[in-house]
Design a protein around this ligand. Sequence first.
Ligand SMILES: NC(=O)c1ccc[n+]([C@@H]2O[C@H](COP(=O)([O-])OP(=O)(O)OC[C@H]3O[C@@H](n4cnc5c(N)ncnc54)[C@H](O)[C@@H]3O)[C@@H](O)[C@H]2O)c1
Length: 440
Amino acid sequence: MRMTVIGTGYLGATHAACMAQLGHEVLGVDVDQSKIDLLKSGEVPFYEPGLPEVLSRNLESGRLNFTTDYAAVAEFANVHFLGVGTPQKRGSYAADVTYVRAVIESLVPLLEGDHLILGKSTVPVGTAAELQELADELAGDKANVEIAWNPEFLREGYAVKDTLTPDRIVLGIRKGESSAEEIAREVYATAIEAETPFLVMDLATSELVKVSANAFLATKISFINAVSEICEIAGADVTQLADAIGLDERIGRKFLGAGLGFGGGCLPKDIRAFMARAGELGADQALTFLREVDAINMRRRDHMVQLAKHACGGSALGKNITVLGASFKPNSDDVRDSPALSVAGSLSLAGGEVTVYDPQGMDNARKVFPTLTYAESTDDALKGADIVILATEWQEFREIDPVRAAELVADKVIIDGRNVLPVQAWQDAGWNLTALGRSL
Ligand SMILES: NC(=O)c1ccc[n+]([C@@H]2O[C@H](COP(=O)([O-])OP(=O)(O)OC[C@H]3O[C@@H](n4cnc5c(N)ncnc54)[C@H](O)[C@@H]3O)[C@@H](O)[C@H]2O)c1
């Protein structure tokens, strides 16, 4: 099939390359010329394991191309995926749907014939119906445009696998006449043949599926982090507790990793947007618990800063503090709302000499916090540290040899913000190790 992908960020670039990998002919479009230039030359503008290979292979095959020209998009295909950003609005909890609307405003007046726009961005419930109205106004006599919603569940770090072999495909379609299901079945034929659940529902439900999934995941993380606060005071161990409750299959161990909490370009803004939308719909009480989920999560960062100051003898002033990690999670260079950078920034503002190292997130981190010191490597970062904080659980950090690391630092003090270090080995090497939610 021929299709376009509008917005080629983390979601869109991955979707475009993977759709080409599945055999489709794909044109990606973005308003950011530099991003398009990179993609056209086979370079992924962000870190995503496996994506550079899929991108190059499909550029070479001729099935994949990129442009900034909306007229080319309108010409190229009758199926369009919409994957532009929906960030948190300034000064509000609500999602900013300006970019999503801008796509409809740019594209629809150029269309002729029958077109299907499949929204993938995460949007407040009701957005797709509003976009349909907008498209109907702009379409004129020459075009018939349908808006359907096909929310995206990919995880950064596993984006290629999640796009090629998703665990479910959700499709929201309008009432009455719709060609979306037939077209989506063709787009996702490979996954459907592999018996991937394909769930068709109304537009509103499909929009809510995505934000509900993220709200649930955020709640699960904040749940264990709230319990972790109690564990610390009561002298209990949150990791053993999580193992024990996680064995109940109704609960499950995944997303019960107590630590520095969640961040990134999705969970924080999605739970806030969900609350804001509930308020607009007159159901604000329904989701007030998400405010607590958010507060527990943000408290983790403060708690880490306090622990670090305590480990420094009461004040961060003039102390050499090494923060391992800048991205919001491993296998990503995404530093949007990153807990690691938030902690690094706070300790720097508190007078600490903060050095950061991250295997992939350095360039993005420098843009957000240019005043921090950035090391060349883990070893470089550890040199002369009075205290080390493990803030993002990259495999490289999990595998640090505590004996070797001990030779590099000034003081053998480490706080494991992700509960991933082998405690015994670090203690045997003479380290004073603190971990969130445990008394060691
Ligand atoms: N990143 C993820 O892991 C992920 C997962 C699931 C859902 N989502 C959702 O997908 C959407 C996109 O997220 P992202 O992380 O890819 O964001 P992103 O910021 O990386 O990418 C958005 C892209 O859209 C482009 N853009 C903005 N306005 C445009 C326009 N009018 N026309 C064409 N391109 C335009 C931007 O230049 C940018 O490249 C969001 O709604 C997000 O919540 C993201």
